[in-house]
Design a binder for this molecule. Structure first.
Ligand SMILES: [Zn+2]
Length: 338
């Protein structure tokens, strides 16, 4: 159904959320290295099959290697960003944090800085045309089995430089436990000391302890994080530190990191006192939107309508928007409690 209250998405990957018509148009540009003949080919490349034919998390992540080929020029990055925000506004979001990894957009000569500037340009143009939605940008460092330490260090430097200029925080994404999390701790030490905002992917397909590890790094939020449910001490730490987790239901089912909606621990986590937020992760890969996720949340996971309002309020509180702006957003949401 279409939910009437204004919505928030804090965990939203730009490359996984390309508007299909826009992605297909760009795919036909002769400079794009993708060999796709028809729109159906595009959809097959860009999305996973409907629930029931799940892929694993690494097959799922392989989609991104193809999708980023659509995002190697400033024009393409800008257009994808702008149209993604347009769709989010039309779907009734009033706050969105988009994330992307600038190091994945340097295949055709862009620098990380060029890629960030292009996405910010798309955000700025959207802010003029769609003033009902506010957007922040999170820059992702990447887990990798290859040595990308230089690229990650550059992303951290650029995040610090662009904070307050459209960028609102940093992330670490990629195949969890494909390499030890500890290898990446050093990236965030100085960053955290300066008190800058951080959300880190952990406890998705990986072990619960990863959630405690990134809270130790100073993560203000944890991407997915729901595996904390399976370790009593880690769960206690999440509750005591009031660390919000960014749950993405359908993404978890598609990646087989949870067995089903019915067995997903999200509602139990909320009832245990965890600050749960609901997000989409990769709208286009999963072919979903927030309304679809809310339907699953109520019909299959066990949440109530008021839980959805409460989780959106938690999202605003957990967001990286300026503190003084939060009460206005929360006030708007509170009106919808039944
Ligand atoms: Zn993610």
């Amino acid at each position: 159904m279409k939910y009437p209250f204004p919505k928030v998405d804090l965990h939203f990957h730009l490359d996984g959320s390309i508007v299909p018509e826009v992605g297909w148009k760009i795919a036909q540009d002769p400079d794009v290295d993708l060999d796709l003949k028809t729109y159906e080919d595009y959809v097959k490349m860009a999305t996973v099959p409907a629930t029931g034919v799940e892929v694993d998390v690494f097959e799922y992540l392989a989609k991104f290697d193809l999708l980023v080929k659509l995002m190697q020029t400033k024009e393409h990055l800008k257009e994808i960003t702008y149209t993604t925000i347009k769709r989010a506004c039309e779907e009734g979001l009033f706050y969105l944090e988009i994330r992307f990894a600038p190091q994945k957009h340097t295949e055709k000569g862009l620098t990380q800085r060029d890629a960030i500037d292009a996405v910010l340009e798309g955000i700025r143009q959207a802010a003029v045309d769609f003033p009902l939605i506010k957007v922040g940008l999170i820059l992702c460092c990447m887990l990798s089995t290859e040595d990308n330490s230089k690229e990650n260090e550059e992303t951290v430097r650029l995040t610090e430089e662009y904070l307050g200029k459209g960028v609102v925080g940093i992330d670490l994404a990629g195949g969890e436990d494909s390499v030890p999390m500890e290898n990446y701790a050093y990236l965030f030490t100085d960053y955290h000391k300066k008190g800058y905002p951080m959300t880190i992917h952990a406890g998705d397909n990986g072990k619960p302890q990863n959630v405690a590890t990134v809270i130790g790094w100073g993560a203000n939020r944890v991407g997915h994080g729901k595996h904390c449910w399976y370790d009593k001490d880690v769960l206690q730490k999440v509750i005591e530190t009031k660390t919000p987790i960014e749950v993405c239901l359908t993404s978890n089912i598609h990646c087989k990191t949870e067995p089903s909606y019915e067995l997903h621990p999200a509602k139990k986590l909320l009832d245990a006192g965890v600050l749960v937020t609901l997000n989409t992760d990769n709208q286009s890969i999963s072919n979903i939107n927030l309304d679809f996720e809310y339907d699953r949340a109520i019909e299959q996971v066990g949440f109530t309508y008021n839980d959805l309002i409460q989780m959106n309020i938690s999202s605003i509180n957990a967001s990286f928007m300026p503190e003084e702006e939060k009460p206005l957003y929360i006030e708007k949401l509170e009106k919808y409690f039944k």
